[in-house]
Design a binder for this molecule. Structure first.
Ligand SMILES: *Cc1c(COP(=O)(O)O)cnc(C)c1O
Length: 396
């Protein structure tokens, strides 16, 4: 099927919820993708921070193959070993309490929201509230969507769920004022990803922790994008003085297969009881085996050091380019602020033509999320391509 044919049929048969770039990928290895015409690309998006150990990592491929050939699905009415081992591995590497496994990021947040509401009711709260930041992104189902202020505003999609409130991003005073006895949880991203890579200040994170402690609310950190080694530590919160009560993870956790997880601190492991929550597919044997293989690779001091080192190389290289005014983020989660008058969308499209995949989350910003296994040579090539593209797109 030619690309033109594929585009035509996609338009006819898929609900048009995405704007896709005009390229069909057929193969991937490490940080490299190949399209249907055999052209090679350096992938600095990694499936939106999903393919963090690179495309088709042999250990992940082998784990999937082995498990798929043995047993794929039996439902949560029975025991399987990969699920239990994954929950233990994930919790020991984070908050130490119990885990709910889901199929996506938005579902991981649904579990966190439900748990926080139930916990608030248990301490006598009648109308529990969830507080988030403006421009936060927590997902697309109605609970997670209601906590995603920018998208929740769309009247065509309403009504949203009651019990959600948002405050200006990174404003510790506004956050403190919004949190009171009826607050079930503060649900925030430690680094806003979808809105353009904006890290939360330590001051605001501390204010969130303190406000939660004083009011009895839970602090939920959505590390669906920033977690799993992306910032140079397994979890972004590890680089801060703050520890959340609930942690949500997804994206990179499955190495390309769909999975989400809500990890609780020890004291919160039994808030949800039988019948409160569930999912037919969640914790499936194949995806759990894949996630175990991914965790084994990512929860590794040498890999995480590499993330910090490659991240520093990338940041430094970018800061030296004409047209780059700032580089935000940590590790290999970077937002590149472009100078006034540079059309980031045009740069993104131009880079695709040059064989570098980046994302443009907002006007004026390139978002870079390469695989965590990217090497210095690939970082250097990406910087050179961005430099060429900025020159050509700013009319230089
Ligand atoms: C991607 C993302 C989600 C939603 O995850 P899905 O798997 O697309 O449902 C939620 N929160 C953050 C921070 C994300 O980056």
């Amino acid at each position: 099927m030619t690309l033109a044919e594929l585009q035509q049929r996609e338009q006819r048969w898929l609900m048009q919820t995405y704007k896709r770039a005009p390229v069909e990928f057929v193969r991937g290895e490490g940080a490299v993708l190949w399209d249907s015409e055999g052209r090679e690309y350096l992938d600095f998006l990694a499936g939106i921070s999903v393919c963090s150990v690179g495309h088709c990592h042999p250990a992940v491929v082998e784990a999937v193959r082995e498990q798929a050939g043995r047993l794929m699905h039996v439902s949560n009415l029975f025991y399987t070993e990969p699920m239990v081992r994954l929950a233990e591995r994930l919790s020991r590497a984070s908050l130490g309490g119990k885990v709910f496994l889901a199929n996506s990021g938005t579902e991981a947040n649904e579990c966190a929201i439900k748990l926080a509401r139930k916990r608030a009711h248990a301490r006598g709260v009648e109308n529990p509230e969830i507080v988030s930041f403006e421009r936060d992104f927590h997902g697309r189902t109605y609970g997670a969507l209601s906590a995603t202020p920018k998208l929740a505003e769309d009247p065509a999609l309403g009504p949203m769920l009651p019990g959600f409130r948002s405050v200006p991003f990174d404003d510790p005073g506004a956050l403190r004022d919004a949190v009171y006895e009826e607050t079930a949880a503060v649900l925030i991203e430690p680094i806003q990803g979808e809105s353009g890579v904006y890290p939360l200040s330590e001051e605001t994170l501390l204010a969130a922790r303190q406000a939660c402690d004083e009011s009895g609310a839970l602090l939920i950190l959505d590390e669906i994008q920033a977690g799993m080694g992306r910032t140079g530590s397994l979890w972004a919160y590890e680089q801060t003085p703050v520890r959340p009560d609930l942690l949500t993870a997804a994206k990179a956790l499955g190495g390309g297969l769909p999975i989400g997880a809500c990890v609780a601190a020890e004291a919160l492991g039994d808030v949800l009881a039988p019948g409160d929550h569930g999912s037919t597919f969640a914790g499936g044997a194949v995806v759990s085996a894949a996630a175990l293989a991914v965790l084994e690779l990512v929860d590794d001091a040498a890999l995480l050091r590499g993330v910090r080192e490659r991240g520093a190389e990338l940041r430094e290289g970018l800061l030296g380019l004409d047209g780059v005014v700032e580089v935000r983020g940590r590790g290999l989660m970077l937002g590149v602020g472009l100078g006034d008058g540079i059309d980031a969308a045009a740069v993104g499209a131009d880079l695709l033509g040059r064989g570098l995949i980046v994302n443009v989350p907002e006007p004026g910003t390139l978002r870079l999320l390469p695989p965590l296994t990217v090497d210095s040579d690939q970082i250097g090539r990406a910087i050179a391509l961005i430099s060429e593209s900025l020159l050509s797109c700013s009319g230089g």
